[in-house]
Design a protein. Structure first.
Length: 218
């Protein structure tokens, strides 16, 4: 898939229009200097995280592959000099880009979208550790739970468009959300047998998410 083949008509900001980048610069998170080409990074963020990217998610259903392919699509530099910076961005080690991603997700006024993105990052880190031989039963159990939550959130966010729009109305007042946690910290907590999320929720203090239900449940 190439950029010209992607239908961006339903995007909040059109990644094919440079005017979109100027509009995003009104938010402080997008004003920070980064070592990579900012226009390309903004284009990547829009394509990766916009709720209108149905064809992108269909073409690249596997989350890590989607990240890599969209970097190729927008032609983010991957030479010797920028290779490490690009890797840092892809694995969540660039705080400035992380802030941009969370801000972009928050523009949809749906905290479940932020939770879905954060769960995917945690899921990837935990699976990498298991494949590297760092076996931990607590982590295996948590991987299963995260996978269930990812499937549930994906179903609710992208197959129930009407419900998504209604939820967006409820959360319009949310501002400047941050993840406040790192996947590495989640993994360490699990290895100690602790609840890695504790009282954390991207929904805001005091919010209690609904009990997870699968499609077809009463």
């Amino acid at each position: 898939m190439e950029l010209h083949e992607i239908d961006t008509s339903g995007y909040l900001y059109d990644p094919k229009d440079k005017e979109s980048y100027q509009k995003l610069l009104k938010f402080k998170e997008f004003k920070e200097d980064i070592p990579l080409n900012k226009d390309k990074v903004l284009q990547y963020i829009i394509l990766m995280y916009d709720m209108g990217n149905d064809d992108v998610r269909t073409e690249y259903p596997y989350y890590p592959q989607r990240k890599r392919e969209l970097c190729r699509v927008v032609k983010i530099t991957r030479g010797t000099k920028m290779g490490e910076e690009l890797e840092n961005m892809l694995i969540g080690l660039n705080d400035e880009v992380n802030a941009m991603i969370v801000k972009y997700l928050s523009l949809f006024n749906n905290p479940e979208l932020i939770m879905l993105a954060s769960y995917w990052e945690i899921f990837i880190v935990l699976n990498k550790q298991q494949f590297s031989g760092q076996f931990d039963k607590n982590k295996v159990d948590y991987i299963k739970k995260i996978n269930e939550d990812i499937n549930d959130l994906t179903e609710r966010l992208f197959r129930g468009k009407d419900e998504t729009e209604l939820r967006a109305e409820l959360y319009k007042s949310l501002k400047d959300q941050t993840l406040g946690i790192k996947p590495e910290e989640i993994a360490e907590a699990i290895s100690r047998g602790e609840d890695p999320l504790g009282d954390y929720t991207p929904y805001g203090d005091g919010y209690k998410p609904d009990k997870m239900k699968f499609v077809g449940d009463a």
